[in-house]
Design a protein around this ligand. Sequence first.
Ligand code: C2E
Ligand code: CA
Ligand code: CA
Ligand code: CA
Length: 279
Amino acid sequence: SKEQGRNTYNFYTNKMNEDVARRLLIEEQLRNALTKNDLYVCYQPVVDLKSREIIGAEALLRWNNEVMGNVPPDEFIPIAEQTGLIVAIGRYVLEQAVICASGWRSKYAADFKVAVNISPRQFRDAELLEYLESLLIQHNLPASGLELEITEGVLMTGHATVDKALSDLHTMGINISMDDFGTGYSSLSYLRSYPFDTLKVDKSFIDDISVDQAGLQLVGAAIAMGQVLGLKIIAEGIETEEQYQLLVTQQCDYGQGYLFSKPVPADEFGKMLEADRLR
Ligand code: C2E
Ligand code: CA
Ligand code: CA
Ligand code: CA
């Protein structure tokens, strides 16, 4: 009926208005997030699969806002990216991660490495390199203690500045990691043309390895290919003991996932690392 049609129409326009309103609210709240101190960084262990020892961590941003509560990064990072706020927010994450990694290295694990996600917009920051250089010096962290995780989105921008930045970072000794491997269009050619050190096999592939033989073979092939290219391989999103065992049979070196630990705040991570090294 006509009435029903109008209700459906209202339903969609209301939903659209709600989405726009939430987006605007996030943008507005995000502008003050740094000064209000409600952004913080959590750390998820990266584990050596053979020994189960913690060798590093991925820094993951959290936002607890007074109006909206916890907003997930998958929702606010794209908005931070579009508005350019990611440059200042990203520097905050880098600073926190470098400070923590430096402390954990001197207290518990001399070879500890922290990985930080870097989004495309951050590479257009002409001062990114200088910023990183001074950050490492200021907090006494060798470049080899820092890894930057990038997705294909960074490379697809096609900016010559990205090429230059990646090779300069690599020359500095900072590791470069290909994140979410397998989810994009042309990861393979990118892997050969850029100076990657690490390849992170996306969780969606790890989910499938205990489902069927093809799923396991696909991950096995990705691991073998990474090894041919001389890359360190990290399997993402390991949730079960079965997945863990299967990855060991495929010669996968490193892993991350809820089986070992969820991302936790810095103080909690420090305790976990200490216990791990006393084991
Ligand atoms: P990502 O870089 O692929 O990070 C991995 C995500 O998988 C994280 O979600 C992590 O908590 C989650 N995860 C890890 N292990 C498991 C598991 O076993 N099971 C399941 N179900 N999930 C697992 P999170 O923290 O919500 O972050 C989502 C995305 O937001 C990240 O994906 C990354 O793209 C982005 N992000 C987070 N922090 C930052 C940041 O500081 N800067 C930038 N540019 N992006 C960030
Ligand atoms: Ca990542
Ligand atoms: Ca990932
Ligand atoms: Ca992801």
